[in-house]
Ligand binder design. Structure first.
Ligand code: SF4
Length: 206
């Protein structure tokens, strides 16, 4: 078992948010191996993920997979998948969708994400939704970053909107165009990994 697999075992045993009174139960969900060179960081798993035990398996996940396919990443070679907080936070008290994890929960979970990224060292990180973008990029308006990327010394960050139907951001045609631009960037960066011979488990359909 490598260090990342050992970390996964520790994360899956985490109950910090239960002990702190934020969650009734903990079921941390993440997937991937140390061979992955592309990582996806989402907000938090949803209700469906609790039943499947795998990230991005609900409706949002299906849409995200369609986006990945458009970027040349096929279903059989999904990237490393994790989230800012790794347990289902429950449904939102008002409005559609899931509850946004509180700042306290995010801080409790932050060391896990930091350790994951430190061990995995992904070359490309897809930031899914505002919470992941805030965490790894900074607080910005979605429209100002979707369709752009940030090159850091050892990795590239690419923000994407959250595929949840609860978000109306994608209803705007101009925002849909930004998403298409972002997916072209994902394709280009992933192809770049392949050209450099460091794609790992990635696969591209051209
Ligand atoms: S959300 Fe994160 S910190 Fe909270 S119990 Fe789950 S794994 Fe632990």
């Amino acid at each position: 078992m490598d260090r990342l697999a050992r970390l996964h075992r520790e994360i899956r045993a985490c109950t910090k948010c239960v002990a702190a009174g934020y969650l009734a139960t903990a079921m941390p969900i993440l997937a991937g191996t140390s061979r992955d060179r592309v990582a996806i960081v989402g907000q938090a798993p949803g209700a469906i993920e609790i039943t499947t035990g795998l990230p991005f398996t609900g409706r949002s996940g299906r849409i995200l997979r369609e986006w990945l396919a458009e970027a040349g990443i096929d279903e059989a070679h999904l990237p490393y998948r994790t989230a800012v907080t790794k347990c289902f936070p429950g449904k939102a008290k008002t409005g559609p969708g899931d509850r946004r994890p509180s700042p306290a929960e995010i801080e409790l979970c932050a060391p896990w994400l930091e350790q994951e990224l430190a061990l995995l060292k992904p070359r490309v990180i897809l930031l899914i939704g505002t919470l992941a973008i805030e965490r790894l990029w900074g607080r910005v308006a979605l429209a100002s970053v979707i369709g752009t990327l940030r090159r850091e010394p050892d990795r590239v960050l690419i923000p994407l909107p959250h595929p949840s139907g609860a978000s109306r951001w994608l209803n705007e045609p101009a925002n849909k165009a930004l998403l298409r631009k972002a997916l072209r960037l994902v394709r280009r960066e992933v192809v770049g990994l392949d050209s450099a011979g460091i794609a790992g488990r990635m696969h591209r359909s051209r």
